[in-house]
Design a protein around this ligand. Structure first.
Ligand code: GDP
Length: 289
C-alpha cells in the first residue's frame, strides 16, 4: 500500500533526486502497470529526464489484457519509445531487460566500441509511481532480497550499483514519482487497481466506475462472475449495485458489496483487464481536432 502522501515539497524533492541521478545512468527504465499504461505514468517525466534514452517497461503483464498491452507497445513505438511487457516476478525478466536496453543504446554502444570501449556495463535507474513493481523488479534483477531505501522520496544514500549480470547495472535507489492524481478518471483507475490509498476516493465512486467499465469492456466476465442474466447485465451501475448487494445477502449494506467488488477486480477475479484504452485516447485526440 502507498505510504507516500504527495505534497509539493515531496514532489520537488523526488524530482530533484531523479535529476541528480540522471547523470550517472545511460538509460532510464520507466516502469508502468499493464492495467494502466498511461495513468501509471508520471505527468512530468518527459520534462524531468529530457533527452536521456528511455525504455518503457509494461509490468504486471499477467494482470493486463494481452491484446491491449500489445496495442500499447505499438503506441509507444509510434512515439519513438521502445516498450516491453514483463512480469517482474519471472526469471527471464533479467535477460529481456538487458536485451531491450542494448537495443535502445545500439548506436551509443557501437560508437563506444569504435573508440575501443567494449563490454562496459550499461547503467540504469528504475523510475515509476508507487506500486508499479519497482522493488519487485529490482529484487529480481539483483537476484536477492535487497532493502529499497528509496521509499521516501528524496532519501538518497551514496550511489550503489546492483549488478544483474556483466552487462547491466542498476542504481539501488529507484526514482519514485507521483501519479496524475488531479485527473478524476485517472484517480479512479489508480484507486480501482489499488495503486493509490483507499481513503482518497469514496468506495461507491470506485465501484460505479468499475462496474460501468466492465459492463462496457468486459461484459461476459462480469456476467460470469456474478451470474447475471442479460437483463440484469443491462441494469445501470447503480441499479446493479442495489441488485447485487441483495443477491449476495448483504441486505442494504452497500459497503460490503463495494469491498467485495473492488477486491474481485484487484485479485483478477474478473479476469485480466486494461483500464487505459488506446481507443479512448484516439477518440480524445480526434475530438480535439
Ligand atoms: P513499488 O512500490 O513500485 O516498489 O512496487 P512493489 O514492487 O512493492 O509491487 C507492488 C505490488 O505489485 C506487490 O504486491 C508486488 O508483489 C506486485 N507485483 C509486482 N510486479 C508484479 C507482476 O509483474 N505481476 C503481478 N501479478 N504482481 C506484481
Amino acid at each position: 500500500m502507498v505510504l507516500i502522501q504527495w505534497f509539493p515539497g515531496h514532489m520537488s524533492k523526488a524530482r530533484r533526486q531523479v535529476q541528480e541521478n540522471l547523470k550517472h545512468v545511460d538509460i532510464i527504465m520507466e516502469l508502468v502497470d499493464a492495467r494502466l499504461p498511461l495513468s501509471s505514468r508520471n505527468p512530468m517525466l518527459d520534462k524531468i529526464i529530457g533527452t536521456k534514452p528511455r525504455l518503457i517497461i509494461i509490468n504486471k503483464k499477467d494482470l493486463g489484457d494481452e491484446l491491449e498491452s500489445q496495442k500499447w507497445v505499438h503506441y509507444f513505438q509510434s512515439q519513438g519509445i521502445l516498450a516491453i511487457k514483463i512480469n517482474a516476478k519471472e526469471q527471464q525478466t533479467v535477460k529481456k531487460l538487458t536485451k531491450a536496453a542494448k537495443a535502445v543504446l545500439a548506436e551509443q554502444l557501437q560508437r563506444a566500441s569504435e573508440r575501443g570501449i567494449q563490454n562496459k556495463a550499461i547503467r540504469t535507474m528504475i523510475i515509476g509511481i508507487p506500486n508499479v513493481g519497482k522493488s519487485t523488479l529490482m529484487n529480481r534483477l539483483a537476484g536477492k532480497k535487497i532493502a529499497i531505501t528509496g521509499n521516501k522520496p528524496g532519501v538518497t544514500k551514496g550511489q550503489q550499483w546492483l549488478k544483474t549480470n556483466e552487462e547491466l547495472e542498476i542504481l539501488d535507489t529507484p526514482g519514485i514519482l507521483w501519479p496524475k492524481f488531479e485527473d478524476q478518471t485517472v484517480a479512479l483507475k489508480l484507486a480501482l487497481t489499488g495503486a493509490i490509498k483507499d481513503d482518497l476516493i469514496p468506495k461507491d465512486e470506485i465501484t460505479i466506475f468499475g462496474l460501468t467499465f466492465f459492463k462496457k469492456n468486459y461484459p461476459s466476465e462480469l456476467q460470469a462472475r456474478y451470474k447475471l442474466s442479460e437483463a440484469q447485465l443491462a441494469l445501470s451501475a447503480v441499479d446493479l449495485i442495489v441488485f447485487l448487494t441483495k443477491k449476495m445477502g448483504f441486505r442494504d449494506d452497500y459497503d460490503r458489496f463495494y469491498d467485495l467488488f473492488v477486491k474481485d477486480v484487484r485479485d483478477g477475479k474478473l479476469g485480466t483487464y486494461t483500464l487505459d484504452r488506446l481507443a479512448d485516447l484516439e477518440d480524445d485526440e480526434n475530438g480535439d481536432n
